[in-house]
Design a protein. Structure first.
Lengths: 199, 203
């Protein structure tokens, strides 16, 4: 039996029509902050997907000008996998007096184990937050570095639009099997992070 | 005939979703249009709290007029595109002649807005030669929110007056506590001669 809707064949002869979009991003988990010390994806990062992407929406800090960090777990219980990263950003103030495009030598990391900042000086006014995405490539590999790419747009505590770019790699041979998001000061007051597998 | 299961539309009107998290909503094809816009509730457009994130692709956007900027803006009432925005903007450029290249913040030509209700340019000095166009994407986070700024990111590749290739990144936020119910695109002068703009919901 086939299935036809509005003249379009959706299913027939045991097969889904080739024109039907089946999706290549699978939502694995959604975490919602509520005065949370951290948001941790402790499971679901496996060899099932060669790429994972995290979508961060309206992440609001409890503390003004806090930085949002990401930490990596590589088989133990600690989120302390060694990584390297570059950081650069563009910003522009609401008052039109401050703007720049600059490399952030104070935020990049060389063989660090304490996590990587991905959004800086986020304001905690009621309307301020940060949103963006973080890609992690082939975390289950035990051969290659595990590369990542990130772009976050946030409302800076000094009323700036701040466009942050971070990229790097976990310099470990073990698989990355957990990801944790945490502020450098205070809680994550609110916000949502979705983890997708990309196939 | 449609099929609704537990309140969710599985298929209807000849379209079907099988769990892909990038849900196609609407495609607009330019043909000498002054403005192309997606407004919630109009022409089957969804642009509300149904999705916490929207993704827009821009493909082969071609201007009718030479030396113009492609621009976008947001609306809170569905008709007036004039919500206040603060943005940053930078680009990497390289001349076709191979004699000039660089990376720079774009402070001039109103490319970076400061609480400005005007249209936000995604590029500048774009040529209308036959093969010239702009392609790229726009992300908007939680446009229906009434608490936080509405953050957005854009990234486009285009040609400067047929002499440079430019990758341009703009990001910022709508500085309003009311929802954005729509987004519009236009050129600073003249029509959108050709091109496709597609709206997706990210679920």
């Amino acid at each position: 039996m086939g299935l036809i809707s509005n003249g379009t064949t959706l299913l027939d002869a045991g097969a889904i029509d080739s024109g039907i979009t089946q999706g290549s991003m699978t939502l694995i988990n959604t975490l919602t902050a509520s005065s949370s010390a951290n948001l941790t994806f402790s499971s679901g990062i496996t060899s099932a997907y060669k790429e994972y992407v995290f979508h961060l929406i309206n992440i609001h800090p409890a503390t003004d000008t806090a930085d949002l960090f990401i930490k990596f777990r590589d088989g133990s219980t600690a989120y302390d996998a060694t990584h390297n990263a570059t950081v650069w950003r563009a910003y522009h103030g609401e008052n039109n007096t401050s703007s720049a495009l600059e490399y952030e030598a104070s935020e990049d990391v060389s063989q660090g184990t304490s996590g990587q900042g991905i959004a800086y000086n986020i304001g905690n006014d009621n309307d301020q937050s940060t949103s963006g995405y973080f890609h992690l490539f082939n975390p289950a590999s035990t051969v290659f570095h595990k590369h990542f790419l990130c772009r976050m747009q946030n409302s800076h505590g000094s009323d700036l639009a701040l466009d942050n770019y971070v990229a790097g790699y976990c310099n470990v041979t073990a698989a990355i099997d957990g990801i944790q998001f945490v502020m450098d000061s205070g809680n994550i007051d609110s916000g949502t992070i979705k983890m997708y597998g990309v196939s | 005939m449609g099929l609704i299961s537990n309140g969710t539309t599985v298929f209807d009107a000849g379209s079907m979703s099988l769990g892909g998290k990038l849900t196609f909503i609407k495609k607009l094809t330019a043909s000498g249009d002054s403005t192309l816009s997606f407004v919630h509730g109009s022409s089957s457009v969804v642009f509300d709290g149904t999705y916490k994130e929207y993704f827009i692709t821009l493909k082969h956007i071609h201007p009718a007029t030479n030396n113009v900027a492609f621009e976008m803006n947001f609306t809170q009432d569905g008709s007036s595109f004039a919500q206040s925005k603060t943005t940053s903007c930078f680009d990497a450029y390289h001349a076709e002649a191979g004699n000039d290249a660089g990376l720079r913040f774009e402070a001039g030509a109103s490319l970076a807005l400061a609480n400005n209700t005007g249209w936000a340019p995604l590029n500048y000095n774009m040529g209308n030669e036959n093969d010239g166009n702009l392609s790229g994407f726009v992300r908007i986070f939680d446009p229906a929110g009434t608490t936080f700024h509405k953050q957005f990111q854009t990234e486009v590749s285009w040609q400067y007056l047929n002499t440079y290739g430019i990758r341009q990144n703009t990001a910022g936020y709508v500085n309003a506590s009311v929802a954005s119910v729509g987004i519009g695109f236009r050129f600073s002068s003249g029509n959108i001669d050709a091109g496709d703009i597609c709206l997706y919901g990210v679920g």
